[in-house]
Design a binder for this molecule. Structure first.
Ligand code: F6P
Length: 544
């Protein structure tokens, strides 16, 4: 495969892209340190504040003219038009003929939004109010299990968007959570996970939330069945209603599973799985933090939506975040991006972004089904700092790949250990400086230039720094909305439908077929010899 530096221009080449391509050839020779020397105001000028968040994107290979050219390209690709179409409820998910209206879920309660001639804000608020009163009963102990005891453990059974959002946000807002409730997340169909969890839970005090947009996902249904069997080993079928609720768009399947739709919290097909934390899928978070904090979470996201809707492209935080990512992917040959939150409670944020960005934009055809001749979504990966520094940061500093980093810090801690917090933030800021400035080379920060080669840090490696005032519900809402819109904008730049995920379907179909074969319900046919041998081997092992 050709590197992105030498790849021929996309067929969809435009004057804006040609100008950008020419400019990028020059930009690749810039030293970040020199850009700072040339402009004393650089840090201020290349920073954006929105919805309480600060994005400092000054440590990127960008000048004013670069930003203008990128904004021209974004305009040319229709970022503003498609943004407005998405926010207006047009069916921009063309392969599924669906709108993408997750932004409506966080609109203030006293507004209205007509979709297909119907005010969906009223529906949204009605579900939210049901979720809130249910959550309150769990929180105040008035919802009782089958022996009359209060609920102490809540298990969310779901996967992908029906797991990562609730799991990530509950971890992130741990310090806001009800002190007597324990939240658990069962996603993998691996029985080891099911066994490890069920073996420590008390059926009398456990509530299961079966969360699945489709209510057909294999992993979720198997785990939900296992949980139901486990409960019925202790309780009567009539008791199930006290211990199982559902979150879904599929009422019939919920009823068929044995959950009364009275205990179901619905959402709608215009909410994509990976954009669903704002819907009833957020029920575990609402139970954990209560309705007031949940509303702050929604309001933080709404503030970012408003910024995204109104700010000019060049000073629009999600647009600029998208453009910096596009810049390196398209013109600098990068294949991955690191997400490095310097906050332990954001430890699931990189995994959350993996689904958001890679499932949305890991595509090879355009919205109209033509091959895309640009590289699309890079690999998103990461983990919390400072741990990563003692594992893989070596490669970031001295490896042969250029890997742009998004550092995320929160200024105020939610703990009393001030010295640790200072050390944590010092490390985040230091890593960004070290990546950019290096040492012992021509782009050095003035360090000893006689260092042996293995001690040289070439530097000139880009990063963004995202600064949250604190990891509170509003800031978390804004942070997630920021990355949602970044993902959307990149999809527009690549001319992708970011709201479908057909690439996961083949594996699901084959897994069902192989499961039938393992169950002897179907003959082992039409596989390559490797797959057929593996199926036989598993089948024999399971028989013995
Ligand atoms: O397989 C991918 C996927 O469809 C995701 O897009 C989705 O978030 C996940 O599976 C779970 O789907 P569901 O909520 O329907 O169980």
């Amino acid at each position: 495969m050709k590197s992105t530096l030498t790849r021929t221009l996309p067929e969809s080449s435009s004057p804006a892209l040609s100008a950008l391509t020419q400019h990028a050839a020059e930009a690749r020779s810039w030293a970040l340190g020199d850009l700072f020397k040339q402009d004393a105001q650089r840090a201020q000028v290349f920073s954006i504040e929105a919805a309480g968040l600060l994005l400092d994107f000054s440590k990127n290979h960008l000048r004013h003219d670069s930003l203008n050219l990128l904004a021209d390209f974004a305009r040319d690709r229709g970022v503003e038009t498609l943004r407005d179409a998405m926010l207006a409820g047009e069916r921009i998910n063309t392969t599924e003929h669906r709108a993408a209206l997750h932004t409506c879920l966080r609109q203030p309660p006293n507004t209205s939004f007509l979709f297909d001639g119907h005010d969906i804000t009223a529906d949204i608020q009605a579900v939210l109010s049901r979720m809130s009163s249910f959550a309150e009963k769990i929180r105040d102990g008035s919802w009782k299990g089958y022996t009359g005891q209060r609920i102490t453990d809540i298990v969310n059974i779901g996967i992908g968007g029906s797991d990562l959002g609730p799991a990530m946000t509950c971890a992130a807002l741990r310090t806001y959570a009800h002190p007597e409730l324990r939240l658990h997340f069962l996603s993998n169909v691996d029985g080891h996970a099911t066994d490890a969890l069920l073996s420590v839970l008390n059926p009398q005090t456990t509530l299961f939330i079966v969360a699945s947009k489709t209510f057909t996902t294999m992993e979720t249904m198997r785990n939900a069945e296992a949980a139901r069997t486990w409960l019925l080993q202790h309780a009567q079928p009539a008791d199930l209603a006290k211990h199982f609720v559902a979150v879904s768009t599929n009422t019939d399947a919920v009823r068929e599973f044995g959950i009364d739709p009275v205990n179901m919290f619905p959402f709608w097909d215009w909410v994509g799985g990976r954009y669903s934390i704002w819907s009833a899928i957020g029920l575990p978070l609402l139970i954990a933090i209560g309705i007031e904090a949940f509303r702050e979470f929604l309001a933080g996201a709404h503030r970012m939506d408003e910024h995204f809707r109104t700010a000019p492209l060049g000073s629009n935080m999600p647009v600029v975040l998208a453009l910096t990512g596009f810049w390196y992917r398209q013109f600098f040959g990068t294949t991955s991006q690191l997400i490095a939150p310097y906050h332990e409670d954001l430890h699931l944020f990189p995994a959350y972004l993996q689904q958001l960005e890679m499932e949305s934009n890991g595509k090879q055809v355009t919205r109209d089904g033509k091959p895309i001749s640009m590289p699309t979504a890079p690999v998103t990966w990461g983990s919390v700092g400072t741990n990563g520094q003692h594992a893989y940061f070596q490669l970031l500093h001295q490896g042969t790949d250029l890997i742009p980093v998004d550092f995320i810090i929160a200024l105020k801690p939610a703990h009393p250990y001030k010295d640790q917090h200072k050390a944590l933030l010092a490390n985040a800021v230091a890593q960004a400086e070290a990546l950019m400035c290096g040492s012992g080379s021509s782009s050095s920060n003035g360090s000893d230039a006689t260092l042996p080669p293995h001690r040289v840090f070439a530097g000139n490696r880009p990063s963004n720094m995202l600064v949250l005032p604190a990891l509170d519900p509003a800031a978390l809402g804004a942070l997630i909305a920021l990355y949602e819109h970044k993902t959307f904008v990149q999809g527009v730049l690549w001319n992708i439908n970011s709201f479908d995920q057909w690439g996961v379907e083949l594996g699901k179909t084959l897994a069902h077929r192989i499961l039938d074969e393992l169950n002897d319900a179907a003959p082992i046919t039409s596989h390559d010899s490797s797959t057929a041998n593996l199926i036989k081997r598993v089948q024999n092992a399971l028989k013995s």
